[in-house]
Design a binder for this molecule. Structure first.
Ligand SMILES: Cc1cc2nc3c(=O)[nH]c(=O)nc-3n(C[C@H](O)[C@H](O)[C@H](O)COP(=O)(O)OP(=O)(O)OC[C@H]3O[C@@H](n4cnc5c(N)ncnc54)[C@H](O)[C@@H]3O)c2cc1C
Length: 393
């Protein structure tokens, strides 16, 4: 079977790429090894940027059924609390908590409605370039297209197989669901625990009464045994003082599950002849916040725009597609670098404590930091000299 584009991976990046390409008339196959609906290990936080994409593709009303937090609680390692209220003029500022089972299924259905063909439950084993096309070999089929958009997530098995990425994902995260949340439903929480800095434990409630609790850290620390993510999560969820009684009646639903996070944008090549890479596979997870859904959707859309241009001009060369990588760098490069600098600062306990103390005295600054942590505002805003002065003096 011959397609204009084959999109590998039907997470947010792949589905948005498929939706955009099919809407503009391209013949598209969207392939995934999973069968949908399925859950994806995630915190389910769709930031304001992500909600704007949902609005653009006609899913704003659909998204309204999911929880829109109004309070973001930050807790310091020494137990100090900071509650940020959502800006009344911008009700989307803390995003929405949309279970991935529902989000991913809805995005796929939207892509199918636009004309994309979903091929699910079959793993892509290899891709192979020929002079006039590119071949995709799954467990069941051989397919051919003009161009492949790789959206194979943080494992990035195929992206690595063809030599565009070569390192392990930088971060690992685990999460578990609980019922019986005693906290206010509209409050999500980020707890900075001393042993986890610069990362944290999150508590993200859902509309259906469950709460998603998780934590993240460096893969190298986990491999070397310097941090045990499962243990961190168990200690956190079973210590009533850590969660301030919010989980006193809570019961776990299902086991603790983990997944990597690929943050190495800049160290990943995002194009090659007849290939574009989007989403986590491109290393677009924010290294400070672990947020990646919005960037996945945005980069999927951008990849489709460049793929459509290549289809129009008939030029699928490495050089022609390099404009996509340049656009990604313009959009994400400075933010990713700023997030890394901030992360370094946040891993120094006395700096963190001093900054947190300042936030408790400066509500405006506290709101900004909350927005950065939740992926609504750019980390570059924190690195402005005036902001740094307010934060650290
Ligand atoms: C514990 C945890 C919590 C998180 N919390 C948040 C959060 O609250 N907010 C946020 O914005 N981000 C969060 N993230 C990050 C977010 O999950 C990712 O950034 C997002 O899923 C990226 O989307 P994607 O489409 O690039 O990849 P994915 O969603 O991973 O989709 C990739 C798809 O590719 C398929 N695939 C891979 N290889 C193949 C193959 N060879 N053949 C066929 N199919 C293949 C997979 O089955 C999968 O469906 C979290 C991540 C973790 C691990």
């Amino acid at each position: 079977m011959k397609y204009d584009f084959i999109i590998i991976g039907a997470g947010p990046a792949g589905s948005i790429a498929a939706h955009k390409s099919a809407t503009e008339g391209a013949k598209v196959a969207l392939i995934d090894q999973d069968v949908f609906p399925r859950d994806k290990i995630c915190g389910n936080g769709v930031s304001r940027r992500g909600l704007l994409i949902l609005k653009r593709i006609g899913l704003e009303n659909w998204s309204r059924q999911f929880l829109r937090p109004q309070v973001l609680r930050l807790k310091s390692p020494d137990g100090k609390i900071l509650d940020g209220q959502a800006d009344q003029r911008d009700s989307r500022c803390y995003g929405r908590l949309i279970p991935r089972k529902h989000l991913d299924e809805k995005l796929i259905l939207t892509a199918i409605e636009a004309g994309a063909k979903l091929i699910e439950g079959t793993k892509v084993l290899a891709i192979e370039l020929s002079s006039k096309s590119i071949h995709v070999f799954t467990e069941k089929y051989k397919l051919t297209s003009q161009l492949v958009i790789l959206c194979d997530g943080s494992h990035a098995t195929l992206t690595r197989q063809i030599g565009l990425a070569n390192s392990l994902p930088e971060l690992m995260a685990v999460r578990q669901y609980f019922t019986g949340d005693s906290g206010p439903k509209n409050r999500m929480e980020i707890h900075f625990e001393q042993s986890v800095l610069p990362y944290y434990c999150w508590l993200f409630p859902l509309e259906d009464g469950r709460i998603n609790i998780g934590t993240a850290n460096y893969t190298t620390k986990a491999i070397k045994g310097k941090v045990n993510l499962r243990e961190t999560l168990i200690n956190f969820t079973t210590d009533p003082t850590a969660t301030q009684g919010r989980l006193i009646q809570a019961k776990p639903v299902g086991s603790i599950q983990g997944h990597p996070l690929r943050t190495q944008f800049g160290a990943t090549l995002t194009h090659a002849t007849r290939v574009l890479v989007a989403g986590d596979a491109a290393g677009l997870v924010n290294p400070l916040t672990g947020e990646g859904i919005a960037s996945a959707m945005e980069s999927g859309e951008l990849a489709a725009t460049h793929a459509l241009h290549a289809l129009k001009t008939g030029d699928f060369s490495d050089q022609a597609l390099s404009v996509y990588s340049r656009d990604l760098e313009t959009r994400y490069g400075a933010d990713q670098r700023a997030a890394r600098i901030l992360r370094r600062g946040m891993s120094i306990p006395h700096l963190f404590t001093r900054a947190f103390h300042r936030l408790r005295q400066d509500r405006e600054l506290a709101l900004l930091i909350g927005y950065v942590i939740i992926g609504h505002k750019s980390p570059r805003l924190v690195l402005r000299p005036t902001t740094l002065l307010r934060l650290l003096t």
